[in-house]
Design a protein around this ligand. Structure first.
Ligand code: HEM
Length: 460
């Protein structure tokens, strides 16, 4: 049952975020005790069969281990060909439709009148009693008002101001890297750079930036999103810590900024200066939701594009040579890396009315998953779609940022960070060699790389 907004807001004003998270934690704990004993199935890791061995009806692309086992491309290729709008009736996430072709994904994403982003954008059910309100999971007009309040932080003018700082921080990180010895690129470069950027966006203390990474990683690891066993107790403890630290940060900034006529360009200052959102702290779950959206949205995605780019250029070394010979290809390559990696595999929607999609009858209330990871491999749009081709003429036609009212708010910022990274890497290093097999995140949502050992060769 959906609780009306007015009631939720009133309740939130009375019950603090602390209490609400603690209550939701208790409920979740009890739920897990019950479901463990009634044998509810979740995914567990086991070798998965080649897609040709399966009946169409048995294909379940929500299995997070498809990604870790490198089978996802073949599974989606079969769906695009034989059942582009495909029904899976008995997944652990409940029944859902998979939308796998480029054109159908765009059609669904642009049609918010028929396909709702509420109440959550991952396949699983939202955690009960934790009504975290994020505008990525709201429909217009509420969505539009909330997005409006924060989007100035990534407006072109602000990005121009940030460019110098991003470059400076990128140089600092790259100049301290070990050369001629293996190290983990994910931890040392991708995580460090994106967390510095997030701290800047939120004006959060730089020396505490590891907390932003920790909260973001926990948010993305909930079993509702990843389908496998996860430590939900740790997730709730992390949410509590996030609620307390972010509220303290808000209050601290409000106290420091009181009486200041020229607010800063960070997100918190903007929210405090905006009439609609200056009292956001009194709506704790909305406050937490919107801040976590920025933290999670801007973290994993850019991080995995930084790691994915290095991995892709090692898988396709001729493209690395092409890049070294022509660094002007960097902006196009950035789009191609974001296509190839597809940092977020999907977004989910619920049909608001009966409708027909590519010949399939979709009933009001049905769950649909727009698989961006598949749309970016659509062979009718992208030639040799599985390959990274840095001068691909239509690389920008990827669907990784979505379309319509929810199109990624941080897309220009992400591209800027990636462009600067490669502009600073090329003059410093002759080679970035991947040594050893990468390790992947267990998730069907975040297409993540958790470890990528590399060795750098300096320029002669
Ligand atoms: C929304 C991907 C970077 C903030 C989205 C959506 C996707 C996405 C797929 C949903 C689109 C839809 O439903 O149609 C990515 C990718 C990134 C990235 C692939 C990096 C390569 C960032 C960054 C930020 C950010 C750096 C931080 C400023 C957001 C926000 C939304 C969003 C706030 C919600 C927009 C709305 O609902 O109106 N992103 N994102 N993203 N992203 Fe990103």
């Amino acid at each position: 049952m959906k609780i009306p907004d007015a009631i939720t807001t009133k309740t939130q004003a009375v019950i603090s975020a602390d209490r609400m998270i603690q209550g939701a934690h208790l409920y979740d704990w009890l739920r897990r005790q019950v479901t463990r004993t009634n044998g509810k199935k979740m995914f567990t890791e086991a070798p998965l069969p080649p897609v040709e061995d399966l009946d169409l009806l048995d294909i379940d692309v929500s299995n997070p281990f498809l990604y870790r086992q490198g089978l996802w491309e073949s599974y989606f290729a079969r769906l695009r060909k034989e059942a582009p709008v495909h029904y899976q009736a008995s997944s652990p996430f409940g029944p859902f439709w998979s939308v796998t072709r480029h054109a159908d994904i765009i059609a669904v994403d642009k049609n918010h009148e028929v396909f709702s982003a509420e109440p959550i954008i991952v396949i699983g059910a939202p955690p009960r009693f934790m009504d975290i309100a994020m505008f990525i999971a709201m429909d217009p007009p509420k969505h539009d008002r909330q997005r409006q309040a924060v989007q100035g932080v990534v407006a072109p003018k602000n990005l121009r101001e940030m460019e110098g700082l991003i470059r400076e921080r990128t140089r600092e990180v790259l100049d301290s890297l070990p050369v001629d010895e293996p190290f983990d690129w994910v931890k040392t470069v991708s995580i460090d750079l994106t967390s510095r950027m997030l701290a800047t966006l939120l004006d959060f203390p730089l020396e505490q930036r590891h907390k932003l990474v920790q909260w973001s990683d926990l948010g993305a690891s909930m079993e509702q999103a990843n389908g496998g066993p996860s430590d939900n107790d740790e997730v709730f403890r992390g949410m509590l810590d996030a609620a307390r630290s972010l509220s303290a940060h808000w209050r601290d900034k409000a106290a420091r900024g009181a009486g200041d006529d020229t607010p800063g360009f960070d997100l918190i200052s903007m929210l405090q200066a905006n009439e609609d959102t200056r009292d956001l702290i009194n709506r704790p779950m909305e406050f937490l939701g919107n801040l976590l959206l920025l933290i999670i949205g801007g973290n994993d995605t850019t991080r995995n594009s930084m790691s994915g780019g290095v991995l892709a250029l090692n898988r396709f070394p001729d493209q690395f040579d092409k890049l070294k010979a022509n660094p002007d290809l960097i902006p196009n390559m950035v789009s191609e890396i974001i296509r190839w990696q597809t940092p977020l595999a999907y977004m989910r929607r619920i049909a608001k009315k009966d409708t027909i999609l590519n010949g399939q009858f979709i009933r009001k209330g049905d769950k649909l998953v727009m698989w961006y990871a598949s749309g970016n491999r659509d062979e009718t749009v992208f030639d040799r779609a599985d390959e990274l081709i840095i001068d691909r003429s239509n690389a920008r036609n990827h669907v990784s940022f979505g379309f319509g009212v929810h199109r990624c708010m941080g897309n220009r910022l992400a591209e800027l960070q990636l462009r600067i990274l490669w502009e600073e890497l090329l003059p410093r290093f002759e080679n970035i060699e991947v040594v050893g097999e990468p390790e992947y995140v267990q998730s069907n949502f975040v297409r993540g790389i958790s470890k990528l050992m590399v060795r750098l060769t300096p320029k002669p």
